[in-house]
Design a protein around this ligand. Structure first.
Ligand SMILES: [Fe+2]
Ligand SMILES: [Fe+2]
Length: 375
């Protein structure tokens, strides 16, 4: 997948996909319409986006975050249509009772949490774009890329999607990363997987068709996959915001990233707790997918037992300093591109066009080029 990101350098002009800051009013009032409607108010072509009254770096960081939040909203929307609560706050879909029940095995409030996480991402997306627009800076619109198919299972809307939840390779190493006290990815450390087979091959996290609703252990394996994917996505946001916060300039931009980032951590903590309830099983339709008992070796015990959901203090900044309970990683260098590679490697964008990868790569490169006086 790394090659996909590095190999797209054709001549497409990304200005086509960012909207001019003059559309501030429409961006601010677009609300949930942003999910499905496309705007015709494209900026005229040019070599770079406008930053308005923001510094170039602040605008670039916010645009990358806006793109990430649009993608998050798209994936959470798909979960909500099938396994959440469909209402006026998060419209679309009609629910799938079998999938919803399988998710409820992890926690009886899963549908509510899925709904609330979806609504949160939508507000992140809309707010960041509206802030950019209100400062005369170009915003991000990915509607051109809503081309991926929806699930055909009962309950899903049939609309074009930005993200693919049906062929995921889920990195579950956050489970151990937050539970060990002498390692930190910012020091180059690596971490064992909670569910090694989920980090290999491709697995659906939502039912693809109604055939996926039986037998019981198969739809439970899909719900378990979702349960771990929720944590995987939200730990990414938990690291991304503090990583990029180190390079913003304006106090309002700092306040935005410092205020949104911790909500990603609230999501992550919730999902970290729920994933521990995923029942041990082997998928009867895919014997390569095995959910182990997380309270048995090689996990379990004092370090890994499933009710230990708060971060274990670990090394931070220097091994000579005392251990500290922290988000990790938070290194700022290359943080945006790292996030894009992480999302791409999990299969979230399987089926997307080269133009999509080029736009996201350009937005990440610009965000990673942002500098301030401190970093
Ligand atoms: Fe978010
Ligand atoms: Fe999030």
């Amino acid at each position: 997948m790394k090659d996909v990101l590095n190999g797209v350098k054709s001549s497409i002009n990304r200005r086509k996909f960012v909207k001019n800051g003059l559309t501030a009013a429409s961006a601010a009032t677009m609300g949930v319409g942003l999910l499905a409607s496309s705007s015709s108010a494209f900026a005229k072509n040019g070599p770079e986006e406008h930053s308005g009254s923001l510094t170039k770096g602040d605008a670039a960081i916010l645009r990358f975050l806006a793109a990430a939040e649009i993608l998050e909203t798209d994936l959470w929307q798909q979960y909500n249509e099938l396994g959440g609560i469909q209402d006026s706050e998060v419209p679309g879909g009609s629910g799938n009772s079998v999938y919803t029940a399988a998710l409820a095995v992890l926690d009886s409030d899963m549908a509510q949490y899925i709904h609330d996480n979806t609504e949160d991402e939508l507000t992140h997306e809309v707010f960041i774009n509206a802030f950019l627009a209100s400062n005369g800076a170009d915003t991000v619109n990915l509607d051109q890329f809503r081309t991926l198919p929806s699930s055909k299972a009962s309950g899903a809307q049939q609309i074009g999607r930005l993200t693919n939840l049906m062929q995921l390779t889920v990195d579950t190493s956050w489970w151990t990363r937050y539970r060990v006290g002498n390692k930190n990815p910012d020091f180059g450390d690596t971490f064992d997987q909670a569910v090694p087979t989920l980090n290999m091959g491709q697995h659906p996290a939502i039912p693809r068709t109604d055939d996926d609703l039986t037998p019981n252990d198969h739809i439970q394996a899909i719900a378990n996959t979702a349960g771990f994917h929720f944590g995987t996505i939200e730990q990414g946001g938990t690291s991304l915001y503090p990583s990029l916060a180190q390079r913003v300039n304006h106090p309002d931009v700092l306040r935005i990233v410092l205020s949104i980032g911790p909500t990603e951590a609230m999501h992550f903590q919730t999902w970290s707790d729920k994933a521990g309830n995923a029942p041990a099983l082997t998928d009867p339709k895919d014997s390569t997918l095995v959910f182990p008992d997380l309270n048995s070796p090689p996990l379990g015990g004092e370090e890994f037992q499933t009710n230990l959901i708060m971060p274990e203090p670990t090394i931070f900044l220097s091994r000579s300093l005392p251990a500290c309970s922290i988000v990790r990683p938070t290194a700022t260098k290359g943080a945006a591109m790292g996030a894009l590679k992480f999302l791409t490697a999990m299969g979230l964008f399987i089926g997307q066009s080269p133009a999509f990868f080029q736009l996201l790569t350009d937005l990440a490169e610009d965000a990673d080029a942002a500098k301030n006086g401190r970093a």
